[in-house]
Design a protein around this ligand. Structure first.
Ligand code: BEZ
Length: 253
């Protein structure tokens, strides 16, 4: 996963500590991709490459891209063929059996630019398969951030970094580009965190946090945490985030 149009940077170690589950939970999307040995696959937004490694282990010939140089460095350290590239400006033509993407596309507010690049990258009959945040994703987290920002006179909409579409919206973009829809599914996937919600906010919420003066950021995070605790922290002290996933499959005729 990487920064595209939003204000968000990545530290591979922080990411692994606070969000290592993201690649593990990508297994359903990999099942839908069903990579075959020898297939040439583009992993769009490979992050530090944990899930890309699985595609390689399944026998696919994988090229990986990510907009974050730090993440690409981490992916290369795993021996992957990874490159720094913006998903909105893919530089491939007619060469992949499939383009795959996990937990990335919600960072790009202009889906059309990505889909056009994917279409160019695929061979005829190729497929675009992936999963990302769909309509309603992290709604409770966003509500907490919104309330706390409002108390400081800030509007969350001015700092909103994500695109969380419905099946109809994203399916419409895929079809408008000439792709044929396959499996399309929106489902809730509440996800327990390995640590505190503040770690999650620090990893993913740069857009909001940097709207707050540096000296107040710690209090801001604590206030958001207090707002979220009644709904997202259980009796054992385990935090969960209210993820909603959009899983999709589309084909180039
Ligand atoms: C997601 O994977 O859905 C996601 C992760 C971080 C922030 C927002 C959404």
């Amino acid at each position: 996963m990487s920064k595209e149009q939003s204000r968000q940077s990545w530290n591979p170690e922080d990411y692994e500590r606070n969000a290592g589950f993201v690649s593990d939970l990508g297994a359903g999307a990999v099942d839908l991709l069903a990579p075959k040995a020898g297939e040439r696959i583009l992993d769009l937004g490979c992050g530090h490459g944990k899930l890309t490694e699985k595609l390689v282990a399944m026998g696919a010939d994988v090229v990986a891209i990510d907009a974050s140089a730090e993440q690409v460095e981490g992916a290369r350290a795993r021996g992957l063929d990874a490159h720094v590239m913006n998903a909105s400006a893919l530089a491939f033509e007619n060469q992949f059996d499939a383009v795959f993407s996990n937990a990335v596309l919600h960072w790009i507010k202009d889906p059309g630019s990505v889909i056009e690049g994917v279409k160019r990258a695929l061979i005829p009959g190729g497929r675009f398969v992936g999963e990302f945040g769909g309509a309603g994703n992290v709604a409770r987290v966003a509500l907490g951030v919104e309330r706390v920002m409002e108390k400081r006179g800030l509007a969350i909409a001015d700092y909103w970094p994500w695109y969380f579409p419905s099946v109809e919206n994203y399916g419409g973009h895929l079809q408008a580009a000439g792709l044929t829809l396959g499996h399309m599914e929106l489902f809730a996937r509440p996800t327990p965190l390995p640590g505190d919600i503040i770690g999650w906010l620090e990893t993913f919420g740069e857009s909001f946090i940097t709207a707050i003066p540096k000296a107040e950021q710690k209090t801001f995070l604590q206030d958001v945490r207090d707002d979220l605790a009644p709904d997202l922290k259980d009796d054992q002290g385990v935090w969960s985030v209210d993820y909603v996933r959009l899983r999709f499959q589309a084909f180039l005729p």
